[in-house]
Design a protein around this ligand. Structure first.
Ligand code: ATP
Length: 239
């Protein structure tokens, strides 16, 4: 979908990332979040320039868009958006700004979420205007192998605390969900969700490396994405 097009649904999650390439780990957390939180729409948004990845992406933005379209094409309730496309001035794409753009595209009474993996949560305190993000969109944090989420509050930006006694859990397996209430220094509250049952041990970096040295991570690619990568000779060693 184009930038700034209206987004249908009352419960919409923004899912930003490099998607360089998209893989089964991304799809697993999106499916689990959709089910656990009864989301209408998950908006996959390949990022133009990730502020914390100064070396940038390997595949172009357009190739990452195309691969993400292919990854989500058969998935109900999943859309791909250009809302986080490279900025004309070349500046990094900050999540807080992107969430504010997404907010203008959903119904006034719709609920906005922001889906991230546990490794992103570990760096979250360093994101631009991080303390505002959980109040602009409720965070959904998915577990990832090797990334401990037990002490969630220590990962939140300074000043944000957990409302004691307000952790609720429901479901089991990959639909297990913990709900926390967090509070900022002005007393505003927001829900923050953790999906603790996701254990898909793959990263896009491993897949890119596997294209060069055949370590087997390519099995985490979706068939249509694998086909696109072969046809466009992506991630192969430059001659
Ligand atoms: P790279 O290895 O290039 O850093 P990545 O596999 O981490 O890439 P991104 O596109 O950067 O993928 O990730 C987008 C979002 O998806 C991030 O919030 C990340 O934490 C989450 N994510 C990616 N892979 C997984 C996974 N296997 N399990 C849980 N979350 C994941």
């Amino acid at each position: 979908m184009a930038d700034h097009e209206p987004i249908a649904g009352r419960r919409v999650a923004f899912f930003g990332g490099s998607f360089d390439p998209p893989h089964t780990g991304h799809m697993a957390i999106a499916r689990a979040a959709r089910k656990a939180l009864a989301l209408d729409t998950i908006l996959f948004a390949p990022v133009g320039a990730q502020p914390l990845k100064p070396l940038g992406s390997t595949a172009s933005f357009e190739d990452r868009m195309a691969m993400t379209e292919l990854a989500t094409s058969d998935e109900p309730g999943m859309l791909v958006s250009r809302v986080d496309a490279p900025r004309p001035d070349g500046a990094p794409n900050y999540t807080i700004d992107t969430l504010r753009s997404v907010r203008t595209c959903i119904a006034a009474d719709a609920e906005l979420f922001c889906l991230i993996g546990a490794d992103s949560m570990h760096g979250f305190r360093h994101w631009y205007r991080a303390a505002e993000i959980p109040f602009a969109a409720s965070l959904i944090v998915a577990s990832r192998p090797g990334e401990n989420l037990e002490n969630l509050v220590s990962l939140l930006p300074g000043g944000i605390r957990l409302e004691t006694g307000e952790v609720t859990s429901q479901g089991s397996g990959d639909s297990a969900l913990f709900t926390y209430t967090i509070v900022n220094p002005s007393g505003a509250t927001a829900s923050c969700y953790v999906l603790p049952g996701l254990h898909v041990d793959v990263s896009a970096s491993q897949i890119r490396a596997s294209k060069l040295n055949g370590t087997g991570s390519e099995s985490f690619l979706l068939p249509k994405v694998a086909e696109y990568i072969s046809e466009h000779h992506l991630y192969a060693e430059k001659e």
